[in-house]
Write a protein that binds this ligand. Sequence first.
Ligand code: IMP
Length: 422
Amino acid sequence: MPVTIVVGAQWGDEGKGKIVDMLAQSSHMVVRYNGGNNAGHSIMNEYGEFVLHLIPAGIFNPETYCVIERGVVIHPPSLADEMNALQERGISLKRLVISPDSHLVMPWHIAEDRGNEGDVPIGTTLRGIGPCYKDKVGRWQALRMGDLLYKTDFLKRLDVICAQKRSELTIRFPNNGNDFPVLEDIRRSYMDATEKIVPYIKDTSALIRQNLAHKKQILLEGAQGTLLDVDYGTYPYVTSSNTTSMAACLLTGISPRDVERIIGVAKAYITRVGDGPFPTEMKGKQQEELRKTGREYGATTGRPRRCGWLDLPLLRYSAEVNHLTEIALTKLDVLGTLRRIKICAAYGDSPHLLGSMDIRNLQNKKLRYQHLYDGWGDLNGIRFRDELPEQAGIYIKTIEEDVGVPIRYISIGGKRKEIISL
Ligand code: IMP
């Protein structure tokens, strides 16, 4: 069973990019299966510091195929920019492959996102993600990667849909409905991007099938996090795709029987960008301090992330929803800089395992905290579990015992080598 899935176990920004970058060293293929350039996967390795939005974090291993699968929504100009930026820094794209079935984010999607956020904010990244997925399931006004292969037909449909969207959005948002470029500019920027992207559009399912047949190691890379999943998250304060492990199989065509490992990446504390309930959110100075030490600013939008204590009920929920086989715990070093550390052990009135009704009512939960630890300070240079300070060791054990899933990796710094395998 050669397949490993990596998912975010919280509200995104857990450090998946870093874990995928590490695991890609021994993977034959990395497949990104959901989301768009709302994601920002930060990576620090021998090539330097990077933030990837659409390209799989396996791209730094030149032997690894990097596939953008059908569940991803792609803004072609942004993808072309990301590709150029990587190439300029000497990263090869020769094994990048893009599904013809992935959908295109168009300028009107971004305008609609902005219009909606002006009315009833969810706190989106304003990248047009929700409106693009809406058109995908709506079907009539959708464009896909494969359409770029037929330039004349693509431009014809582009013209028609652009005119429809302009009038629809002008009615819905009279003040900013026309807030997207004129047709000529859209045509130009999409055709420029097409030139760059088209050579990479290939039959991704055939490639995945071949690799499975040869029992090659395949890594499925999720974007965002479990609590942002459109079906399992804190709706409506979620993203518009399925971020959880089950979606990985659906959107790559891989059988669940081929999956061996499901790794949930969780921060040692918890963060969230955008609106929505956040039971363990810290207050005032403490939150600011952690944000500053952990550099908790959105990798895509630069927005300050909200910070809070680790929430075990939510992590248990995430383990259950994703069927996690292991956890990668990140930023243990950052948490250890705080003087006193606590952990949310339970929600007073809820059962051990949260259900849909609990997720609907997160904001009203009474929290039971364990005041557990003194900060453990510097973790610099530590390479093995038994070298960890006692308090950090107890923290890890508490999580493992409570969630019932082993912690397989901990990260104690930004670089690839600052990951300890337990
Ligand atoms: P959207 O995905 O841009 O529609 O945003 C919906 C919600 O998901 C907002 O709260 C965003 O802040 C959040 N979100 C989307 N992508 C990410 C991510 O990669 N990390 C963290 N939060 C995200």
